[in-house]
Design a protein around this ligand. Sequence first.
Ligand SMILES: [Zn+2]
Length: 321
Amino acid sequence: MARIKSLEYLKKDSKSIQLETLPINISIYDYALEKAYKINELVKKNYHSSYEWYGYLLGKKENPEVVIDIGLGKNKENGYAYTKISEEDIAKFIDELSKDLIINGWIHSHGNLNYRHFSGTDEENMKKVLNFVSPLTKRPIQKREIIIKNLNIVDENYNIEDLKKGSVTVVVNNKETKNIKIFETIYGSFSYNIVIGDEGWNEKSIAYEEKGVLTGYYKIQTKPCELEMILTGKKLRKDEIRKLKGEIKEKIKPYSFTYYQKRYWFFNWNNDWRNKLFRRENQENINPLDVNNQISKNNQTEQSSSKPEQPNQEGENGRKT
Ligand SMILES: [Zn+2]
């Protein structure tokens, strides 16, 4: 049905009836959360450094409100402080997902960075995930009356002249029908967002979408929430951890950074003045992609001065996400 964009709700008079509700907190299995922190730990072990990685929150099709597991999709780029999800990645993950499961949100890590918020990039990712998740978590949440100005009621014997009247025409088979009320269904859906850190913290929110089928009413919003842990007693088994290790190697790859490139990157990014000093000392620009050059430059600086250690440390703590 085509949407009637010109219709408007009249706030004073229009009546709404609450139907189903959307979750206000994230219900999650203890097992799923344990797995998330385990992935974090394994990423750190495997690459000897913290990376931002992301995964999907999984629920059962018949009960989309509960997060029962975490799934790792192939991460496109894992920087130290930069995780971007693409629509193709989500679609591919859903394609390969077991048919009784759905994704009901996403989870990512800020690694050892103490940035306990969702960043601007995270907000973009939330919207992308919501876009995929909303058809799966959709439900009628409200019936809202539409007050139509200049409603035209005609019977089945209407003619062209009758139809010229009114902004909307309702055809009835009983001429006596005068008092017609029209209610629109508002569909609501949700998608969960969780971000975790190496130190064991987590932040969470729920993204909501509301859609009206008739008027084209559309609203998205994100609200902070709590985790409601469901204790299952289920623990990660050794073989599951082994499998996770393999998945991490395959799916989470540092963005072609070597140790020396990493040092150079932080050095440049966060410490402009030190960087200038560094360059003056070395009297030339360094190509960050040239690993050999990097090694020799870093060695040189280590020999001549102890300063590079400090910028590197500060760089790690002070980076932006
Ligand atoms: Zn983030």
